[in-house]
Ligand binder design. Structure first.
Ligand code: TYD
Length: 144
């Protein structure tokens, strides 16, 4: 994603294609197709205690697609300029999060599994874990 594309990028819900059958449903995701990036990593949150809040950080360059493959939860996003929240509760609807969005995830229903498809392997230096540093970085980006 270049700088211009990153500036335009907004969080968006993505319908994941499915093969729906009486035997059960099968949803599928391919890099550069259903997700707007090449897939570099898949991870998932599970056994999440009630009342937990996850996230509270942003990523400088990482793109992610978050899917509630079981249960439900809320994702709160803040770009530094605007805030938005999503209640994810369908295994065939994912939330694409562009870089530079502070996110928190909470309100996990019991038994929820949060699948995350990411554009790159784990890299701690891509995280911004301090809110003030995040706001500073968004202002620097806006001034470019
Ligand atoms: P973190 O991304 O901070 O979790 P969350 O945003 O859900 O609260 O990651 C928690 C810990 O797991 C942290 O020590 C880094 C480690 N981790 C990995 O080693 N690999 C990964 O792919 C991820 C996402 C996290």
């Amino acid at each position: 994603m270049n700088d211009a594309a990153r500036e335009r990028a907004e969080p968006s819900l993505i319908a994941i294609p499915e093969a729906r059958e009486s035997r059960g449903n099968l949803a599928f995701i391919e890099g550069n197709a259903q997700v707007p990036f090449a897939i570099g990593r898949v991870y998932y949150l599970y056994d999440i205690p009630g009342g937990t809040s996850r996230g509270s950080h942003a990523h400088r360059t990482l793109q992610q697609l978050i899917i509630p493959i079981a249960g439900s939860f809320d994702v709160h996003l803040d770009s530094g300029h605007s805030k938005t929240s999503f209640h994810l509760n369908r295994a065939n609807i994912g939330l694409a999060i562009p870089p530079m969005h502070w996110r928190t995830i909470d309100n996990f229903a019991s038994g929820s599994v949060c699948l995350v498809i990411a554009s790159a392997p784990y890299e701690e230096s891509d995280y911004i874990r301090d809110w003030d540093a995040f706001l500073l970085a968004t202002r620097e980006e806006a001034g470019r």
